[in-house]
Design a protein around this ligand. Structure first.
Ligand code: WTA
Length: 650
C-alpha cells in the first residue's frame, strides 16, 4: 500500500531549512490555537504605510460571508515587491527572462531596473486615464512587460485581470466586459514553441464586442505587422521612454482588490475571483519562502504562465515580495527539444523548480537522455501543482530529475485560495508520493461526509474537502456577484469553505486529493467547466444538445469527452466533427477542444429531464460494465447505443 511508503527528509536538508519537523508541529499548533496572534506576527513580513491594528475579521455564515484581514492597514503591493528591496539588493537580479528561442539572449532585470520599468509603465497607464480602482485586462505573452504591467497596476491601485494568451477573442471580450475594463494591455504577437499567436489581432476581434472607450495598449514584442487604430491603440514601449522614470506608489487599504482572475466553475460562465492586497501578499510571500525553502541568492523557477494563479502567486508576487530572483520562461518544455527545461536549469543555476504533473508526464515519454544531458546539481527543491501526481511521474521526477536527493513539494491549492493550503515543507515533512501531505500554517482541513454534510472525526476517512476557517490568502468575493461567491463556496456545507475537491485522509493524517466532486475537469492542470464547453457546442447551429465529461488521459490527466446530439436532419460527418472542434477553439480557446467527440442520437436522462452524467462518465472511462442503476432513465435504450459507439476503446 502506497500509504506506508514514507520518503524521509534528506538528512543534510533539514539542517539549513527554514522549518524543521519539530518547528512545524509547534508553529502549526500555535497558528490554529491563536490565529490572531500568529497572523499579527506574519503580517510584519510586509512594509506597511499605516500598520494594521485589526488582524482577522471573517465570517463564513451563509448570507453574511465576509473576509477581512489586516483591514485597517495601508500598504502598496508594488512597493513591497520592488521599492523596499532597492536599498539592500538594488543590483540583484529580480527577474531572469528566458526567451522562446534558445539562441536569443536571456535578460537579467535588476530590482533597480524593475523599479524604473514599473514606474514608467505606471505613468503610461496614468496618461491613458487609468486611475485607482479601474480595471485593466492584461493579455500578454510570458515577457517581462507582463510583470511590469501587473506591478504598474498595483502601483497606481488599478485592479488587473490577466487573461491567458491562449484564450480566444470571445473569451477575452467576455472578461473585458464582465469587469468593465478601461484598458487592455496586449502585444503584437506571442511566440511559443517556435509558433506565433497574433495577440493584437485577437484583441482587435475582441474589442468589436466591447465599449469603444476601452484603450488598447500594445507592447511591440516581435515587431510583427498588426493593424493600428489611431486614437485607440497606444505603443507602450515608445511611450515608456517619454514618461517620467518615477511614480509614487498609491496607498491602498489591505482589503482593496489587487486583481481579478477568471476561473471555471461547475455552472455558468467563468467567475472573477477577487484577491485582496494585504492578506494575499502576506500569504504568498510566506508560502513562497517556506514551501520552497527559499534562501537569499537562490534562483527560483516556476514554469506556469502568468495567466494562471500559479503565475500570479509564485512567479510574481510571492517571490518578489521576498526579494527573490524569479525566472520567467516564454516557451514550452519541448521546444526546441525535450531537454529545454533542464537546459534552462543548468544555464541559470536554478535552485527551486516548480512545474505541473502533466509536463512531467509529457517529458517522461522522452526518456532520461534529455535530462541527463545537463548538470542539475544546482537544484535543491522540486515542486508540483495543478493535479494529483501519479506515482510513476513522481518516481521519475524524484529519480531522474532529483537524483533521489531533492524533496518534492506536491502543493494543493486553488485560484480561490491564493496560495498553498496542503503541502509538505521540504525540511519538515516526510513525503508520500501522490499525497499533498499536510496543512500549511493556519489551515484546518475538514473532511465531510458528502451525503450528510457531517464532519468525519476519524483520522482515516474519505469525503469532500472543506476548510474550517479563513486564511489571509483566501479570495474575497466574485467580481460583481457576491451572492454567487456565497452560493458556490459556502452553501453546500454550512460554515465551511467548500473546495470542490474530494480527498482521503490516511492513518498518518496525510491528505490525498481524489479530484473534483463537481462538474469541473482538470485538463493538463487547467480548470475547465464542462458547462462552458457544452454551451460553446450548443451555440453551433447544427447542435441540438451536448454533454461533456472528463476521462482519464495519459498525458493531460483528464481529457475532454463530448457527446453531441445534432439537429434533426443534420448528417454526422468527419467534416462536421472537425468544424465543431474548431468552433470550440474559437469560442473558448485551444485548451477547451474536445479530445473525443461522439455523436449521440440521444442522451441518457432521468424522467424529469436531467442528464445522467454519472453514466456518461462511465462510458467515457470505458467502464460501461459498472453503469449501475439505469432504471430511472426515461429511455434506457440510448445507453446501449452510446456504449456500442463509444470513442474510447482500449
Ligand atoms: C486541482 C491551481 C491534486 C484541484 C493552483 C483544485 C490539485 C484545482 C493539486 C485548482 C495538487 C491543484 N494535487 N489536485 N497538488 N493542485 N489541484 O484553480 O482539483 O487552476 O481544486 O489552481 O486543481 O485549480 P486552479
Amino acid at each position: 500500500m502506497l500509504d506506508d511508503k514514507k520518503v524521509p527528509v534528506p538528512g543534510s536538508f533539514a539542517e539549513g531549512a527554514h522549518v524543521t519537523a519539530e518547528e512545524y508541529e509547534e508553529r502549526y499548533a500555535r497558528s490554529i490555537a491563536d490565529p490572531e496572534a500568529f497572523w499579527a506576527e506574519e503580517g510584519k513580513r510586509l512594509d506597511w504605510i499605516e500598520p494594521y491594528t485589526r488582524v482577522k475579521n471573517c465570517n463564513f455564515d451563509l448570507g453574511s460571508v465576509s473576509i477581512n484581514w489586516f483591514e485597517d492597514g495601508i500598504l502598496n503591493v508594488a512597493a513591497n515587491c520592488v521599492d523596499r528591496h532597492l536599498e539592500t539588493r538594488g543590483e540583484q537580479t529580480a527577474i531572469i527572462w528566458e526567451p522562446d528561442e534558445p539562441g536569443d539572449a536571456a535578460r537579467h532585470i535588476t530590482y533597480n531596473e524593475l523599479h524604473e520599468q514599473v514606474c514608467r509603465f505606471a505613468n503610461v497607464l496614468k496618461s491613458q486615464g487609468v486611475a485607482k480602482g479601474d480595471r485593466v485586462i492584461i493579455y500578454l505573452p510570458m515577457i517581462p512587460e507582463a510583470a511590469y504591467a501587473m506591478l504598474a497596476c498595483a502601483r497606481i491601485g488599478a485592479v488587473h485581470s490577466v487573461v491567458f494568451a491562449g484564450f480566444s477573442p470571445d473569451a477575452l471580450a467576455n472578461r473585458i466586459n464582465d469587469c468593465g475594463a478601461k484598458a487592455v494591455i496586449t502585444a503584437d504577437s506571442a511566440p511559443r514553441g517556435g509558433k506565433r499567436t497574433g495577440l493584437k489581432s485577437n484583441t482587435d476581434a475582441a474589442l468589436l464586442h466591447c465599449s469603444d472607450k476601452v484603450r488598447c495598449l500594445v507592447v511591440k514584442h516581435t515587431g510583427d505587422q498588426t493593424t493600428w487604430i489611431d486614437g485607440r491603440d497606444v505603443d507602450v514601449l515608445s511611450m515608456m521612454e517619454d514618461v517620467a522614470p518615477d511614480c509614487d506608489p498609491e496607498p491602498m487599504g489591505a482589503e482593496d482588490p489587487l486583481f481579478i482572475l477568471y476561473t471555471s466553475g461547475s455552472t455558468g460562465k467563468p467567475k472573477g475571483v477577487v484577491h485582496s492586497s494585504g492578506g494575499y501578499l502576506v500569504y504568498c510571500a510566506m508560502t513562497h519562502e517556506l514551501v520552497f525553502d527559499y534562501h537569499a541568492g537562490d534562483v527560483y523557477w516556476c514554469t506556469a504562465d502568468v495567466g494562471w494563479v500559479t503565475g500570479h502567486s509564485y512567479i510574481l508576487y510571492g517571490p518578489l515580495a521576498n526579494g527573490a530572483t524569479t525566472l520567467m520562461f516564454e516557451g514550452v518544455p519541448t521546444y526546441p527539444d525535450a531537454g529545454r527545461f533542464w537546459a534552462i536549469c543548468e544555464k541559470h543555476d536554478v535552485a527551486q523548480f516548480y512545474t505541473a504533473p502533466t509536463a512531467i508526464r509529457a517529458l517522461m515519454g522522452h526518456g532520461r537522455e534529455p535530462v541527463e544531458r545537463y548538470d542539475l546539481s544546482s537544484l535543491k527543491v522540486l515542486g508540483t501543482v495543478g493535479e494529483p501526481i501519479n506515482p510513476e511521474a513522481w518516481n521519475w521526477y524524484n529519480e531522474v530529475v532529483g537524483k533521489g536527493e531533492r524533496p518534492i513539494v506536491d502543493t494543493w491549492w486553488q485560484t480561490e485560495t491564493g496560495g498553498h493550503l496542503l503541502t509538505p515543507l521540504p525540511g519538515a515533512t516526510p513525503l508520500k508520493p501522490g499525497s499533498a501531505t499536510r496543512p500549511f500554517f493556519g489551515i484546518e482541513p475538514i473532511v465531510l461526509d458528502p451525503q450528510s454534510g457531517a464532519e468525519i472525526e476519524e483520522t482515516e476517512c474519505e469525503g469532500v474537502l472543506c476548510i474550517k476557517a479563513s486564511w489571509p490568502g483566501q479570495m474575497r468575493t466574485v467580481w460583481g456577484d457576491h451572492e454567487r461567491f456565497e452560493k458556490t463556496y459556502f452553501s453546500d456545507y454550512k460554515g465551511y469553505y467548500f473546495s470542490g475537491d474530494g480527498c482521503r485522509r490516511d492513518a498518518d493524517g496525510y491528505y490525498w486529493i481524489t479530484g473534483r466532486v463537481d462538474d469541473v475537469i482538470n485538463v493538463s492542470g487547467h480548470r475547465m467547466g464542462t458547462a462552458e464547453v457544452e454551451s460553446a457546442l450548443v451555440a453551433h447551429r447544427d447542435v441540438a444538445e451536448a454533454a461533456v465529461v472528463g476521462y482519464p488521459h495519459d498525458i493531460k490527466g483528464q481529457g475532454i469527452y463530448a457527446y453531441v446530439t445534432l439537429m434533426n436532419g443534420v448528417e454526422p460527418t468527419d467534416d462536421l466533427r472537425a468544424e465543431l472542434e474548431k468552433w470550440v477553439r474559437t469560442e473558448i480557446g485551444p485548451i477547451a477542444k474536445p479530445d473525443l467527440l461522439q455523436w449521440a442520437p440521444g442522451l441518457p436522462k432521468t424522467r424529469s429531464g436531467k442528464i445522467m452524467r454519472r453514466i456518461l462518465r462511465k462510458i467515457a472511462e470505458d467502464d460501461a460494465g459498472s453503469l449501475g442503476d439505469t432504471s430511472t432513465l426515461a429511455d434506457p435504450d440510448v445507453v446501449d447505443d452510446l456504449v456500442e459507439n463509444r470513442m474510447n476503446r482500449k
